[in-house]
Design a binder for this molecule. Structure first.
Ligand code: GTP
Ligand code: MG
Length: 220
């Protein structure tokens, strides 16, 4: 996996020199993903049992590919080594939580940040402050301890939390961007922006319908 690819053996030389170290680091990132996923699954189950509500629609996770790791380090002018990956990248381990309702996004973020063993590093709130193109999502950088045989390692994970509607837009926009060889025209950019605005309104409306139904149920 480390050798070959578009970057060839020379680009990977520094990582290859420390093949064992790289494998150990990858295993740590994989373990961090598992820990976060487990916490989220337990939370979802607790909500289902206590409140008859599943905040999470589904969870996706991925380990950044070696190609993407090398590209990002090079783009940012960092050296290519395992230490450099650990010190300079926060998104090698990535977890995406797709929620049913907008309020669930905040609940999930609070729940993760409040866990005793989780260290909060930073957040990018593209829901309160959407990107100009319309992208909405809440990004958290967290660190979680991984307990090994002889040591405990703090491992960074990027958690992206968003609703189904936000995810629908982000997935299609991402695919469209890569489908087109040239940047999207002004007209298409604005149409995509408009879609994002409409989806944000839909999220608000669905949240409100859910709230009204919940209140009616409580009264009965
Ligand atoms: P990266 O170098 O891509 O990691 O960006 P960053 O370090 O500035 O972080 P940011 O929080 O802005 O974005 C991290 C990730 O969010 C990206 O890798 C994408 O998965 C997602 N993302 C951010 N902006 C967009 C966007 O405009 N469209 C889509 N589809 N995804 C986005
Ligand atoms: Mg990233």
């Amino acid at each position: 996996m480390i050798e070959g690819g578009r970057y060839g053996i020379w680009t990977y030389r520094r990582i290859c020199e420390d093949k064992k170290g790289f494998s150990i680091q990858q295993q740590l990132y994989q373990a961090a993903i598992k820990e976060i996923r487990t916490k989220l699954e337990i939370l979802d189950e607790e909500f289902r049992v206590k409140y008859d509500h599943n905040p999470i629609h589904h969870i996706e996770s991925r380990l950044k590919s070696v190609e993407s790791i090398v590209k990002k380090l090079q783009r940012r002018g960092h050296e290519i080594s395992v230490d450099s990956i650990v010190n300079n990248l926060s998104d090698v381990a990535g977890v995406r939580v797709i929620c049913n309702y907008k309020d669930d996004v905040e609940s999930i973020a609070k729940f993760l940040v409040n866990q005793d063993d989780i260290t909060y590093i930073e957040q990018r709130d593209y829901i309160s402050n959407p990107k100009e193109n319309g992208y909405r999502s809440l990004h958290l950088i967290l660190a979680i301890p991984i307990f090994l045989y002889e040591s405990t390692e703090l491992v960074r994970v990027e958690v992206q939390i968003r609703t189904i509607a936000m995810d629908f837009w982000a997935s299609l926009e991402h695919k469209l961007k890569y489908k087109k060889e040239s940047p999207v025209s002004n007209n298409l950019y604005h149409r995509l922006q408009r879609c994002a605005i409409n989806l944000a309104a839909l999220d608000e409306e669905m949240q409100d319908i859910y709230r009204v139904i919940n209140e009616e149920n409580k009264e009965n």
